[in-house]
Every structure is written in structure tokens, then in C-alpha cells.
Design a protein around this ligand. Structure first.
Ligand code: ATP
Ligand code: LTN
Length: 333
């Protein structure tokens, strides 16, 4: 049966508080898709335990991330919002996909190499297996479009390869998904090192702006942000720090990068950084207020999760049953 609407799937790990990078590169782009697509937005807690998590903190982070999804404009009436561990099909399909994924493919993954170096004391199988679980998330829902930041393109490519491999080995089963990567903001860089991506698990909190940072913290982090050698506010490859701030400014204020360059001609970095801070604060403040209200209403948040898990389970369990049948497992009696 042809679908009326195409399907969108994406997720964020509850590994800490979502950063401005996660927001501008991913979350923000999820909102407008809700009108045109069947959107499924997941809190990927199974992924998050590939790095050690403190149980109470993980529980808090997952709930807070749900509140941030909703506060940012994800509507539980329009979209399916749920927690990955509430839907067993994610792990069930991942196992089957594991058996058609080669170790060499996972060994080549940049994120695996980076995280292995960073967590050499905890080189667990989950860290290596991470992209297969992500493929499972996507393929379970016959996803057409996956809105993600640039760092996830290699993982999406693997999901496409596994879908095609399974379809060829058995028969057409999975939709081969496409990525949706924004032109501007697909890789927001650290404020302390413009050559490294802004990450919520950065040890130096001055490197990232968390979506829940208060105005004073945002202003302070912005003032401390590293800059490039001359004093010109210009977007260019040889000015990675200022180009990153211009990207943030443009996305938060709605002013194009070219117009922003004109606006700050001769102004100096101090004035520019304060304007970037103002734009970020104006973007985040209303979200923070809604987040606070939502966090005070746990019954509502739990109800959203319950309905989301029911909807997701219905679709995902059917897909697993179909895959298990094609593989040759005996049907349940
Ligand atoms: P961690 O630091 O815990 O590994 P993370 O900050 O990289 O996490 P994820 O949960 O892995 O965040 O990513 C969620 C989404 O945000 C993904 O679509 C990812 O591509 C996007 N994203 C992450 N960091 C950035 C960034 N700096 N700029 C743009 N998009 C980003
Ligand atoms: N690996 C992603 C998070 C993620 C995801 C997904 C994104 C897990 N499953 C499915 C899109 C679709 C990351 O951002 N690190």
C-alpha cells in the first residue's frame, strides 16, 4: 500500500543537556517537517549507554530531553514521540542486522574511532555496534527522510547499505532512507576550538552552549569564545571561529550571513560577540520557559511517552515480525 505521507525519523541521545549545536543542526529542523510528513522523534537511550551513564542522571536527562523536544515545538498530536527502550523491536531488529553487517564496516566509522580513543577504558561492543542500532531505528519505520547533522552522514550511509543488502538477500522489505542535512548549521563548532564539533559531552563547558544555560552564562561563554587573528567579521575558511559565530548569529537572528558581515563591518569582535549572545538568548529563552513548565507536569510527559510508545510499538513490531519471517524463523503460534 502506498503511504499517503512520507515518514521522517530522528533521535537524540539523553547523554547530557542538548547543545546549541544539536538544536541548530538537528532539533530545530524537525519542527517544520511535522506538517508535511509522518514524523517519529525518538529519545535514543539505548544508544546513550554505549558511554557510561549514571542511572539517576540518565533518567533525568531522558525526561528533560522529552520536555525540550516539546518546548522546541514538537507536537505530540502531530508526531510520534517516544523513548527507544520502550520499544523492544529496536534491539530485536538490530540483532538481525548485526548478522549482515561486517566488522570491517563498523571499524571504519569515524565516530567509533573518535569515541574509542576518548573512552579507551570502556571499549565495549555497544560502542562498535552503535551504527547498526541506528540503522534499526531508521529501517523499522520505513523511514524516507532522516534529518541529522553532518557528523551522522556515515551512519546513515551504513543504514542505506544494510537496507539494500537485506532487500537483495531476501526480498524488498526496507525503504532506503535519504538524509536531510541543513545547508547552514550542519556542524556547529566548539566555542573553544573551532576545528572540533560542539558536543554535549565536552569536558570543557565553555566549548558548548547548553539549551538550558541562563542568559549570563551564555553571554560569558560567548565573550570567552576564541576568535581568529585579525579583527574582521567575515565568513571564510581561514576564519573558522568567526565563521562559526556568524553561522550561529544568522540562524538565531534570521539575518543572512552576507547581511551580518555588512552589519558588523568595522565593529570589532566585542560588539559582534554581544550581538551573537543576544540572538542566542532571544532564541533559547522562550524554549527554556516552556521547558520549565513542562518539567513541572510529569503526568503529562508520561502520558505523551505512553501514547508514543504504543504508536511506535504497533509499527515496529509488525516490521520485526516480517523480517523474522523472511529470515526463516518459525512463526509464533
Ligand atoms: P555526544 O556528545 O553525547 O556524543 P552529541 O552532542 O554529538 O552527543 P547526539 O545526540 O549524538 O549529540 O546528536 C543528536 C543530533 O545532533 C544528531 O543529528 C547530530 O548530527 C546533531 N549534532 C550533534 N552535534 C552537532 C553540532 N555540533 N552541530 C550540528 N549538529 C550536531
Ligand atoms: N546517532 C545519532 C542519534 C541517533 C539517530 C538515530 C539519528 C540514533 N538513532 C536514528 C537519526 C536517526 C546521533 O546523533 N549521534
Amino acid at each position: 500500500m502506498e503511504k499517503v505521507k512520507k515518514t521522517v525519523f530522528s533521535g537524540i541521545q539523553p547523554t547530557g543537556t542538548v547543545t546549541l549545536g544539536n538544536y541548530l543542526g538537528a532539533l530545530r529542523n524537525w519542527i517544520p517537517l511535522q506538517d508535511e510528513y509522518d514524523c517519529i522523534y525518538c529519545i535514543v537511550d539505548l544508544h546513550s549507554i554505549t558511554v557510561r551513564q549514571e542511572p539517576a542522571q540518565l533518567r533525568h536527562n531522558a525526561m528533560s530531553l522529552l520536555a525540550l523536544y516539546l518546548a522546541s515545538g514538537i507536537s505530540p498530536e502531530k508526531s510520534t514521540v517516544f523513548v527507544q527502550s520502550h520499544v523492544p523491536a529496536h534491539a530485536e531488529l538490530a540483532w538481525a542486522l548485526d548478522t549482515i553487517c561486517y566488522i570491517g564496516e563498523l571499524n571504519r566509522m569515524t565516530q567509533f574511532k573518535d569515541k574509542s580513543a576518548k573512552h579507551s577504558d570502556n571499549l565495549n561492543m555497544g560502542l562498535m555496534n552503535y551504527p547498526v542500532l541506528m540503522a534499526s531505528d531508521i529501517l523499522l519505520y520505513s523511514t524516507d527522510l532522516v534529518p541529522i547533522g553532518k557528523d551522522q552522514t556515515q551512519h546513515l550511509e551504513l543504514a542505506r547499505n544494510l537496507a539494500e543488502r537485506f532487500n537483495n538477500r531476501y526480498s524488498p522489505t526496507f525503504v532506503v532512507p535519504e538524509g536531510f542535512i541543513p545547508k547552514l548549521g550542519a556542524k556547529i563548532m566548539s566555542l573553544q576550538n573551532p576545528l572540533a564539533k560542539m558536543s554535549k559531552s565536552d569536558e570543557n563547558p565553555n566549548g558548548f552552549i547548553s539549551m538550558l544555560d541562563d542568559s549570563d552564562t551564555i553571554r560569558r561563554k560567548m565573550r570567552r569564545a576564541v576568535t581568529d587573528s585579525d579583527t574582521e567579521v567575515r565568513f571564510s575558511e581561514d576564519k573558522p571561529a568567526i565563521s562559526n559565530l556568524l553561522t550561529i548569529y544568522s540562524l538565531c537572528s534570521g539575518v543572512s550571513v552576507a547581511d551580518a558581515e555588512k552589519q558588523f563591518e568595522g565593529a570589532g569582535y566585542g560588539v559582534f560577540k554581544d550581538a551573537v549572545a543576544d540572538a542566542v538568548i532571544a532564541t533559547l529563552e522562550p524554549i527554556q520557559q516552556r521547558h520549565k513548565q513542562l518539567m513541572a507536569d510529569k503526568d503529562y510527559l508520561n502520558e505523551v511517552l505512553k501514547q508514543g510508545a504504543e504508536r511506535a510499538n504497533r509499527i515496529a513490531s509488525k516490521m520485526v515480525a516480517k523480517v523474522y519471517r523472511k529470515i526463516g524463523f518459525l512463526p509464533k503460534v
